[in-house]
Design a protein around this ligand. Structure first.
Ligand SMILES: Nc1ncnc2c1ncn2[C@@H]1O[C@H](COP(=O)(O)OP(=O)(O)OP(=O)(O)O)[C@@H](O)[C@H]1O
Ligand SMILES: [Mg+2]
Length: 398
């Protein structure tokens, strides 16, 4: 997803919210010198303005290992410990102060803190406070709407940093950067529209751009590259006929290896290949997965060549005429947009059928649509319905 791909990696890449940025940097430097009185930092601000991104970028710049936890995963003390345990074997709250855990300089980012309450969450807030009191790991909290009463303790003891919606101009900067990297040719007008409509939410803006780039919905005057780079790589790869060709495709692609093999497995899962063929392909993909984890965890980069070789072999196993990768619509907001436009078209068709067949909408939907869809699926012509109409019906029904 582009929102992840384009998450700022350094503070310099975080657009806007200058005050929050400098407050945070100052606080972090003081924390390093043990000069702060607060237990950690509490980011407060609406969705998609860069709370997670700011923490992540600062962690990179300041050399912290970044660990992101969702509050819903860590409602209880034991859940928090369970989540953090893999970092340093089994730990207890006490051992935070003495284990090597501390020396690793870890930034724990706890998202959606507004979802945690006191008693009902069996100690979640208490555990956070206790963890923070040890002052051994850097704890960053984040929330959209903290509750003045329920989160009183956190608000009192953490350095509050407020982030604000980005301005259209700032959103535009982010979108233009992405367009450049993706070699997208999208009109200034559309970019303007997206940045105005996003109301300061960069995630919304990037997802909308992604959707437009994928052709959904496609205004007539828009010039876009319909396939995303990942979809192009994967679909080209599936078509390759020999090893060398496939290896070249992978090596020269702009997409990352993990994106490619995940996309491949998605394409296989959605295909109609028979079970034994799928099993054969998934077997190779799972080997790739194991290797990739070794690279990610242990930095064994020398096995990357094997991974590329294996990925090439996998793609050769896939019958190019029967599998196709379609990149998913990135966000529920946009599936709604698409669903809406689809359902408008759908209603139009139903209304025209209503008039022609002299019966109610319910009868058409309940009794006739499945039958019409069956005919359409079997390539029978249905008088009065265009191919497009039929596609709309099928997409709603299936
Ligand atoms: N200030 C920014 N500069 C550059 N990119 C940004 C900025 N803010 C957000 N983005 C982009 O939007 C995406 C979502 O932002 P992020 O996850 O940081 O938002 P958030 O404030 O943590 O939202 P939420 O409250 O929903 O957790 C990021 O992955 C990044 O691509
Ligand atoms: Mg976030």
């Amino acid at each position: 997803m582009w929102v992840e791909k384009y998450r700022p990696k350094t503070l310099a890449e975080v657009v806007g919210n200058e005050q929050a940025k400098s407050e945070f940097v100052k606080w972090l430097s003081d924390w390093k010198k043990r000069k702060v009185k607060e237990l950690g930092v509490f980011f407060i601000g609406p969705q998609g303005v860069g709370k997670t991104s700011l923490a992540y970028a600062a962690a990179n710049d300041f050399g912290y290992q970044f660990i992101e936890l969702n509050a819903s995963d860590v409602r209880t003390e034991s859940a928090i410990l369970r989540k953090l345990a893999p970092i340093s074997g089994t730990i207890s709250l006490d051992s935070f102060s003495s284990s090597e855990f501390i020396r690793k300089d870890i930034m724990v980012f706890l998202d959606e803190v507004d979802g945690i309450y006191g008693h009902s969450d069996r100690g979640g807030l208490g555990a956070i406070m206790e963890l923070a009191r040890q002052r051994n790991i850097l704890l960053i909290l984040s929330a959209n709407f903290p509750d003045a009463v329920k989160h009183k303790e956190l608000l009192k003891n953490f350095k509050r940093i407020y982030l604000h919606p980005l301005s259209p101009r700032q959103i535009l900067i982010i979108l233009k950067r992405i367009c450049e990297t993706e070699h997208l040719n999208i009109s200034a007008d559309i970019l303007q529209k997206i940045s105005m409509k996003s109301r300061g939410d960069a995630r919304f803006a990037i997802n909308t751009l992604h959707m437009v780039a994928m052709g959904h919905p496609l205004p007539e005057d828009l010039e876009v590259n319909l396939t995303t780079p990942l979809a192009k790589t994967v679909n080209d790869l599936i078509q390759c006929k020999d090893h060398m060709e496939a290896i070249n495709k992978i090596s020269y692609s702009l997409s990352r290896i993990d994106e490619i093999y995940r996309a491949l497995s998605e394409a296989i899962a959605n295909s109609n290949l028979d079970t034994s063929k799928r099993a054969e392909i998934f077997d190779l993909i799972s080997k790739i997965d194991v290797f990739m984890r070794k690279i990610a965890k242990k930095g064994q980069w020398k096995i990357l060549r094997e991974v590329i070789y294996l990925l090439a072999s996998t793609s050769l196993l896939i019958p190019g005429d029967r599998v196709r990768y379609v990149e998913k619509i990135p966000d529920y907001v946009f599936s709604k947009v698409i669903y809406k436009s689809r359902s408008e078209k759908f209603n139009e068709i139903i209304n025209s059928l209503k008039r022609r067949l002299h019966c109610s909408r319910r009868k058409i939907v309940q009794y006739m649509l499945p039958y019409l869809a069956f005919l359409a699926k079997n390539n029978r012509r249905i008088s009065g319905l265009s191919k497009d109409d039929i596609n709309v019906m099928l997409s709603v029904l299936t």
